[in-house]
Design a protein around this ligand. Structure first.
Ligand code: NAP
Ligand code: ZN
Length: 352
């Protein structure tokens, strides 16, 4: 079936309209009309080939919400008319030990990303959510329990939400824990909301003084401007857990210093260039850990969506039209996102 998309033809050409094909739903597939798609910094890294291996044409977008238009004969969980979401994955092997544990993102045979993943469908790699239609196997489609009026703000939960939820849960953020969130962009602002909702004492670390009040409004108990050495030093040795969402290479040492003995800083930001190597002694003299975490599994994503629906949590968004995407990327590079851009897919027609 024919669909309209926005694609880059190379790392240096702007996104532009492209007619694409989506497969007709097979027996296990769900066909979806995309209503909104969030704009993740990963989209920018991928489309500008800051990460290795970008396949062109590249249609980014993995924070997808929309409405089911048709389902295959074997689909039991969804029917036409349902509001659904699709995140960063559209397939995995479903039989390795990671998939068996609901950790499809760590599939030993490699999960299929919503974009830039290998697929038998034309053109041989997956095309993402900057598009008005998508076909996805049932196992990778999520139920949405929020009110339809909040749908645009739900889109970012599919990546920014789960990427912060999964490590917060894994490292037991909750009552009695002091949790830092570094970088208050799309991921970081969700990290503040979710850590606060889980009952932790939340400290936002930002390079942008102008985000101080917003961070408090999002649920932070304290805000530290990380460029201020004295304020950083005052936090030394006090954190159980720090979630670092920064999209650029930076010095990790001041954050390691902020950890308690046995504390962990988990990196989810995936910058183009590596961080300068951290000092080893502060890790040794405190048995501290640096860890990483990749999005979250499908069952965990559903758990997070249900939690957010129950607590009335959505992302803080700025809606944009499809043809405003390059300007949105420019602002993202200046850390000027309040706090996630979401594309209104009804504007795809006027863009094409
Ligand atoms: P974003 O909206 O651009 O937010 C990143 C924030 O990092 C900025 O708002 C800024 O916050 C801070 N920052 C940017 N440049 C900085 C610098 N040079 N030094 C210090 N802080 C800086 O990006 P996002 O969509 O949240 O994504 C964040 C990163 O996570 C990206 O690298 C993305 O690819 C990655 N990611 C990883 C996963 C995963 O599974 N691990 C999933 C999704 C995204 P302040 O203004 O508050 O300082
Ligand atoms: Zn993402």
């Amino acid at each position: 079936m024919k669909a309209n998309a926005y694609a880059a033809q190379s790392a240096t050409t702007p996104l532009a309209p492209l007619a694409i094909q989506r497969r007709e739903p097979g027996p296990g597939d769900v066909a979806i009309d995309i209503l909104h798609c969030g704009v993740c910094h990963s989209d920018l890294h991928q489309v500008r080939a800051e990460w290795e291996g970008t396949l062109f044409p590249c249609v980014p977008g993995h924070e997808i919400v929309g409405r089911v238009t048709a389902v295959g004969a074997n689909v039991t969980k969804f029917k036409a008319g349902d509001l659904v979401g699709v995140g960063c994955m559209v397939d995995s092997c479903q039989h390795c030990s990671a998939c068996d544990e609901g950790l499809e993102q760590y599939c030993e045979n490699g999960f299929t990303g919503t974009y830039n993943g290998e697929t038998p469908d034309a053109p041989g790699h997956t095309l993402g959510g900057y598009s008005d239609k998508i076909t996805v196997r049932e196992e990778f489609v999520l139920r949405i329990g929020h009110d339809e009026k909040d749908l645009a703000g739900v889109a970012p939960l599919l990546c920014a939400g789960i990427t912060t939820w999964s490590p917060l849960r894994h490292w037991n953020a909750g009552p009695g824990k002091k949790v830092g969130i570094v970088g208050i962009g799309g991921l970081g602002h969700m990290g503040i909301k979710l850590a606060h909702a889980l009952g932790a004492h939340v400290v936002a670390f930002t390079t942008s003084e102008s985000k101080r009040q917003d961070a408090l409004d999002l649920g932070a108990d304290e805000v530290v401007v990380s460029r201020n050495e004295e304020d950083m030093a005052a936090q030394a040795g006090t954190f159980d857990f720090i979630l670092n969402t920064v999209a650029a290479s930076h010095n990790l040492d001041p954050f390691i210093a902020a950890l308690k003995r046995d504390g962990t800083m988990t990196l989810v930001g995936a910058p183009e260039h590596p961080h300068p190597s951290p000092q080893v002694f502060p890790l040794i003299f405190g048995r501290k850990s640096i860890a990483g975490s990749l999005i979250g599994g499908i069952a965990e994503t559903q758990e997070m969506l249900d939690f957010c629906a129950e607590k009335g949590i959505t992302a803080e968004i700025e809606r944009i039209a499809m043809n405003e995407i390059e300007g949105a990327y420019d602002r993202m590079l200046k850390s000027d996102v309040k706090y996630r851009f979401v594309i209104d897919m009804a504007t795809m027609d006027q863009a094409a």
